[in-house]
Design a protein around this ligand. Structure first.
Ligand SMILES: *Cc1c(COP(=O)(O)O)cnc(C)c1O
Length: 401
C-alpha cells in the first residue's frame, strides 16, 4: 500500500505483547499483582544500580499520576512554587496545581529544548528571597524543579541539580520521552533527580496503552509514593499486624489516590521492556536517515542530538519566512500527502488557563514561543518501512520547492 497514510505514531505490538496480555487475562488476577511487581523489578534492574543506591520503581497508571505522586512526596503544597519549562506537556503544570502550588514557567535556552539555566537561577534566587519569580509572577518557597528530557534528548542534569540543591528545591525529572537514555557515565536519564517519571502512553517509546513508572533512590520518597499510589494504605502497618502473609487488615494513613497499574497492562509492559533496545535501534535508524536527508536542507533544520538521545521525537524547525503561517501551511501540505505529523509543544504559558491565572504574555518566554511556531514533529516509530521514511523525506523536500 504505497499510498496509504503514514500515521504520526504507531505502537510496536508483537506476539509477545499479545501473549502477555492473554497470560494476565487467564491468570484470574486482573488488577495490580504479580505482573506489576515483576514489571517494577525488571524496570529497576534495567536502569541498574551504579555507584549510588539502587533505583526503586513504582508502576502507576500514567506519567501524570507519577508526576503528581513524586511532587507530593517531595512536599510541594499550597504556598509553594514548582519551576518547569513552559515548553512541555500539560501534565507537568497541572500536577502542581493539584497540590495547590503554583507553577513558575522558565523559558528554554536558545537553540536547545531544555530549561534555560540562567533564567532558572534568576527565578530560584528571587523566590528564595521572598520575591515573585519574575515581576508580577508567582512567589513562594521553591519546592521542586522539573527538568524535561525533551524528545528523548537528556537535559544536562549536573547544573540543574546543583542549582536546585543550592536553593533547597527537590528535582523531579520528566523522563516521559527518554526511555531509554543511557548517559556516557553509565546512568540513565530519569535516575539522577530525587525522582524520575517515565510514560507508557500509546505513543511513547515503550507502551502499555496507558501507564507510567516512578523511579527513585530516596527511601522516603519511595515509601510515600508506595502509600499514596493506592488510597494512602500503609502496607507496612498491614505487614506488622500479622505475620501470616495475606490479611484483611489495613490502615489508611492519608487520603491517597487510585494510581495503580493493572496486571494486564503490566504484562504488556514487561514484553515491551524486553524490546527496549531493539525499538531504540529502529528509531535511531530512522533518525539517521532523516539527519542525512535534511542536513543541508534549505527548508528544515534537524534537531540537536547526542549519544544518549532516545529519539522519541524527530522535531524539525522550519527555516526563515513567516514561521507561524509557514509552519501551519507546511503541516497542511504534509497532511494532503498522507503524512501525519504533530507539534511538540504548544507552550503552557500561552494556554488560556495559565495565561489568565498568572497574567502571562506570549513574548514572556520568547524561545518557547519561537520553537512552537517553527517546529514540526515527523513520524518516527519502530516498524516504519524504508519506503515510508523515503516518502516523508520526499514530501518534506517537495513542499515550498
Ligand atoms: C506524554 C507526556 C507526559 C504524560 O504522560 P502520560 O503517561 O500520558 O500521563 C508527561 N510529560 C511529557 C513531556 C509527555 O510527553
Amino acid at each position: 500500500m504505497p499510498d496509504a497514510n503514514i500515521p504520526f505514531a504507531l505502537p510496536f505490538i508483537g506476539d509477545e505483547e499479545k501473549e502477555a496480555a492473554l497470560r494476565a487475562l487467564g491468570s484470574g488476577w486482573l488488577t495490580t499483582g504479580k505482573e506489576a511487581a515483576a514489571f517494577e523489578s525488571e524496570f529497576a534492574a534495567f536502569l541498574g544500580s551504579p555507584p549510588a543506591a539502587p533505583v526503586r520503581a513504582f508502576a502507576v497508571n500514567s506519567a501524570t499520576s507519577g508526576l503528581h505522586l513524586s511532587l507530593e512526596a517531595c512536599g510541594a503544597g499550597p504556598g509553594d512554587t514548582v519551576l518547569l519549562p513552559s515548553f512541555t506537556f500539560a501534565s507537568d503544570a497541572e500536577v502542581v496545581r493539584y497540590l495547590g502550588a503554583d507553577p513558575v514557567f522558565i523559558d528554554i535556552g536558545p537553540g536547545t529544548f531544555h530549561l534555560d539555566l540562567g533564567a532558572l537561577e534568576a527565578a530560584l534566587d528571587r523566590l528564595s528571597r521572598g520575591l515573585p519569580a519574575y515581576p508580577g509572577g508567582p512567589a513562594g518557597r521553591p519546592a521542586a524543579v522539573i527538568p524535561v528530557h525533551y524528545g528523548g534528548l537528556p537535559c544536562g542534569m549536573g547544573p540543574v541539580l546543583e542549582l536546585a540543591r543550592h536553593y533547597g528545591a527537590r528535582v523531579v525529572e520528566d523522563a516521559a520521552h527518554s526511555f531509554p537514555s543511557l548517559l556516557p557515565d553509565g546512568n540513565f536519564a530519569g535516575t539522577l533527580g530525587d525522582a524520575g517519571v517515565f510514560s507508557f502512553y500509546a505513543t511513547k517509546t515503550i507502551t502499555t496503552g496507558e501507564g507510567g513508572m516512578v523511579v527513585t533512590r530516596d527511601p522516603e520518597i519511595a515509601a510515600r509514593v508506595k502509600v499514596m499510589r493506592l488510597h494512602g494504605i500503609d502496607r507496612d502497618v498491614w505487614n506488622r499486624y500479622t505475620d501470616r502473609g495475606a490479611s484483611w487488615y489495613y490502615e489508611v494513613v492519608e487520603p491517597g489516590y487510585k494510581y495503580n497499574l493493572p496486571d494486564i497492562l503490566a504484562a504488556i509492559g514487561r514484553a515491551q521492556l524486553k524490546r527496549a533496545w531493539e525499538l531504540l535501534a529502529m528509531r535511531r535508524a530512522i533518525a539517521a536517515r532523516y539527519d542525512e536527508a535534511f542536513r543541508d536542507s534549505p527548508r528544515v533544520i534537524i534537531p540537536p542530538t547526542g549519544a544518549a538521545d532516545a529519539r522519541h521525537l524527530y522535531p524539525v524547525r522550519l527555516r526563515g519566512g513567516s514561521p507561524a503561517i509557514g509552519r501551519d501551511a507546511f503541516i497542511e501540505r504534509l497532511k494532503e500527502k498522507g503524512i501525519g505529523v504533530s507539534v511538540h509543544f504548544i507552550p503552557l504559558h500561552i494556554m488560556p488557563y495559565y495565561q489568565k491565572r498568572y497574567g502571562l504574555a506570549p513574548e514572556q518566554f520568547p524561545e518557547s514561543l519561537r520553537a512552537f511556531r517553527e517546529l514540526i514533529s515527523l513520524p518516527i516509530w519502530p516498524g516504519m518501512t524504508d519506503s515510508q521514511v523515503e516518502r516523508v523525506i520526499g514530501a518534506v523536500g517537495s513542499i515550498g520547492a
